[in-house]
Design a protein around this ligand. Structure first.
Ligand code: PLP
Length: 495
């Protein structure tokens, strides 16, 4: 029979609520297995007869038989006809170290792993509160239409949609994307140059790893999009910050740099986070620079669908006849973040290498979502949705600008953007950015600080205020809460 302590540990497995989902025989099997792995039951030791153990544990003999049968099948015990069950000889290889697992200690990661972990990754709000930036309105999304299109896809494509898909992306979707970026973004795309991905983030990770080597330099805008910076850090690249002014990234530091970088990352339509649009002369100068030095331009066109004043500028990719630009697009802002579909328009020579590389990441993007999206686009619903949302967002931006001027005039200066889903505000009072953000969070208001986005560390203090996902009434409540929070923080700071 088991010793008292052994029997107690089997009973503990049986009564532990964490094991409630396991059938009884599985709990007993796991308990005995643990005794063997902990060397509490050594090789050759007899196990109790099933009848006796059943009695001590208050379970049926069949339950014990099922547990023993599983232990036998996995090689932990031997069963000898007429003499009973014994711990198998081969368990003598069970690790004898008595050290407890180091669960609370920092794991020993690779250097790359450490960089990724320490970066904090890209954390997005699961239930965004005002003014979490970059979040589109999903409450008004035409879900019924989406559901109908998805049903049509399943009906027509049938179980074919359940198979693996083309790693480059479903052809229909690549065609729809190429048509869209050619027409609306002035791009130069064909379906065979489009690679459908899960997100812009995946596109950045791919570019960083496929186009540059660890230690290579890449120019990034300063301030910069944290997701891009994280991707480049993770790939071991050296990000070289280039200042941004009202015309977008400055080109002189790039043209004058004797230690040329191998690539530049840009958000030219709507610089993240300042909102500046990159001037045409700078675009042309960067194309010339990239062509001359065989460098890459990584163009992140993440929210250009939402442009409120005048016509949006065409993308760099369409101006670049030298095939040095990788255009990144996403449906995270234009449709909904949960869709997880982004894409790149690639120079022809990169299509194969990038497609092969993505098979090592995730194989391909989910087929049903791709085919539904293709239909949504082909049917004109994408254009219609974007037009509707553009009107709604423009109104919300107006509302927010008015509210900030009315209630927050003593604290910040708003910089109403010409497009996008968020408004930068620069602090004009004596509250530190950190204090302002913490005070806001305590009253349920989210702000993304501007300072942390500055690579060189000499940026203005302030924050981004997302407005697109929140109704005018919600914006008003949140602005008032923020005004109170900042007032209190200001009093604290002056004490
Ligand atoms: C500049 C920029 N690029 C890309 C993205 C993310 O897009 P995705 O969800 O496709 O990775 C964001 C999202 O906030 C962004 O601000």
């Amino acid at each position: 029979m088991f010793k008292h302590s052994q029997l107690e540990s089997v009973k503990a497995w049986l009564t532990n609520p964490a094991h409630a989902a396991m059938p009884l025989h599985a709990r007993i099997q796991r308990a005995v297995r643990q005794l063997i792995l902990d060397c509490a039951l050594g090789p050759g030791k007899p196990l109790p007869a099933s009848r006796a153990l059943a009695k001590s544990l208050g379970v049926s003999r069949d339950t014990i038989e099922a547990a023993y049968a599983q232990l036998h099948a996995e090689g932990f015990i031997e069963r000898r006809v007429g003499s009973g069950s014994f711990v198998a000889e081969m368990t003598r290889f069970a690790p004898r170290t008595r050290d407890a697992p180091l669960r609370n200690q920092a794991p020993k990661l690779s250097r790359r792993g450490n960089i990724m972990f320490r970066s904090g990754g890209v954390r997005e709000a699961l239930t965004p509160r005002p003014f979490a930036p970059g979040v589109p309105d999903t409450r008004g999304f035409p879900l019924t239409l989406w559901e109908r299109l998805e049903r049509q896809v399943l009906k027509e494509v049938g179980t074919q949609a359940l198979q693996h898909g083309d790693p480059q992306g479903a052809e229909q979707l690549r065609r729809a994307i190429a048509d869209y970026v050619n027409l609306e973004r002035g791009a130069h795309a064909t379906a065979d140059r489009v690679l459908v991905l899960t997100s812009s983030q995946q596109a950045m990770m791919l570019c960083a790893n496929m186009l540059l080597d660890p230690g290579d330099r890449i120019y990034i805008e300063d301030p910069a999009y944290y997701g891009a910076r994280g991707a480049f850090d993770a790939a071991g690249l050296e990000s070289v910050p280039i200042p941004v002014d009202r015309q977008g990234v400055m080109v002189e530091p790039i043209l004058d740099d004797p230690h040329r970088a191998r690539a530049i990352f840009l958000t030219p339509s709507h610089q993240f986070p300042t909102g500046a649009t990159l001037a045409l002369d700078r675009r042309l100068a960067l194309i010339e620079w990239a062509a001359r030095y065989r460098a890459w331009i990584i163009e992140d066109d993440y929210d250009s669908e939402f442009h409120y004043a005048g016509k949006p500028t065409a993308c760099i990719q369409g101006l670049d006849s030298h095939d040095r630009t990788i255009y990144i697009g996403t449906f995270t802002k234009s449709l909904f973040p949960g869709l997880r579909i982004g894409y790149v328009v690639l120079p022809p020579q990169l299509v194969k290498p990038m497609t092969v590389a993505r098979t090592l990441l995730d194989g391909h993007t989910a087929s049903i979502a791709q085919l539904t999206l293709a239909r949504f686009m082909e049917g004109g619903h994408f254009g219609g949705h974007v037009r509707t949302m553009r009107g709604i967002y423009a109104q919300r931006l107006d509302v927010l600008t008015g509210l900030v001027r009315k209630h927050l005039a003593d604290f910040v200066e708003p910089h109403a953007p010409i497009g996008g889903l968020q408004m930068p505000c620069v602090l004009t009072c004596d509250i530190s950015e950190r204090l302002a953000i913490d005070a806001a969070r305590r009253v349920g208001v989210e702000l993304l600080g501007l300072s942390a986005l500055n690579v060189s560390g000499d940026g203005k203090a302030g924050f981004l205020m997302g407005f697109a996902a929140y109704t005018p009434a919600e914006l008003e409540v949140a602005v008032k809460k923020l005004a109170n929070a900042l007032q209190t923080a200001l009093l604290q700071e002056s004490r």
